[in-house]
Write a protein that binds this ligand. Structure first.
Ligand SMILES: [Zn+2]
Length: 124
């Protein structure tokens, strides 16, 4: 097996730390108000209610983003186990170290990530 282009151990600990962060964040985002019915108080101050609903939507959207990242980090950890970490899943070429430093869960090299932009919905 050829040596990985980057230190997989370093990458794994960075990814695990990131995963712990993301899971904590997700837990915060998914936390529901403890009192049932507390968020359904019509006729009080509509502005408050709207703000709360908006906040919930924002949280749900943020949680979605975090979940996607968790998936990507998990996939990267799996690739480390398989010894394929740091190799582009599309062309098999090495992913530049700078890219992995900025995006440790990257599974494609810059060129392949650039050409397959349609595979994922834009962030908005
Ligand atoms: Zn590639």
């Amino acid at each position: 097996m050829p040596p990985p282009p980057v230190d997989a151990q370093d990458a794994a600990s960075a990814l695990l730390a990131r995963l712990a962060d993301l899971e904590a964040e997700l837990e915060t985002l998914n936390a529901r108000p403890s009192e049932p019915g507390a968020q359904v108080q019509y006729g009080k101050r509509a502005g408050d209610h709207i703000a709360q609903v908006t906040d919930q939507l924002t949280r749900a959207r943020a949680a979605e983003q975090v979940e996607m990242l968790v998936e990507q980090v998990r996939a990267a950890l799996l690739r480390i186990e398989e010894g394929a970490y740091g190799l582009c899943e599309a062309c098999g070429g090495p992913i530049p170290e700078g890219r992995l430093a900025a995006l440790p869960w990257a599974t494609r090299c810059v060129a392949c990530a650039g050409t397959s932009g349609g595979a994922r919905p834009a962030s908005r």
